[in-house]
Design a protein around this ligand. Sequence first.
Ligand code: 13P
Length: 254
Amino acid sequence: MLRRPLIAGNWKMYKNRDEAVALAGALKEGMTAKGEAPADALVCPPYPCLQSVGDALQGSPVELGAQNLYYQPEGAFTGEVTAEMLLSVGCSHVIIGHSERRQYFAEDDETVNKKVKRALQAGLVPVICVGEVLDERDKGITEQVVERQLSGGVQGLAAAELAKLVVAYEPVWAIGTGRTATPEQAQEVHAFLRVKLAGLYDQELADKTRILYGGSVKPENVAGLMECPDVDGGLVGGASLKADDFLKLIYYKG
Ligand code: 13P
């Protein structure tokens, strides 16, 4: 089964509104000039920029996503946002369980699972992030870690609910370090995750789920990663903040 690649930009806590709108405008312009892309494109700006970035992307194929959400439908939860709020400003996707959320904001698999359920109920596509820290890789427990994160994240959900699921494998040691996983290392974990999805659900779901690689993806290394049969795109931090670089990733075939 052919999976259409997805190149997703996670802008993290970068870009104020004017900078974000300028970047979105440059992406739209670049894609209009270059024409049909070999991949779907998604950008995930900070919350305050979602509306204006969405406006700036109108008429382009670039989709809009958020970097997080809260699992309650509404209420007195100062500082949090709901799935419906994200939908109301044009989001189609939401990143859930990014390693920075797990590391700095104490998100565990149970919280990730609640957020995934809420996103799906509301009609947002969850991009569930998994990945080991360096110590776990050195100890040889990478597969155990990503398996726990994946099965914990989708716990209690049926295959039909996960039809559009996106998984992102982001080895924590490769994030923002310039130290990318080799295509072989990425492929090994991606293939493992796909086998696990087939075990948790069925081969059909495993075959259609896009598994993105994240961690220092750049124009110089994207082609090698995209050649891997189980790498279906990228979740990109640093290189998504410059229009030229991100366009090179979207048009990774040159
Ligand atoms: P970098 O591309 O900056 O390494 O970040 C990866 C990432 O965390 C994307 O979510």
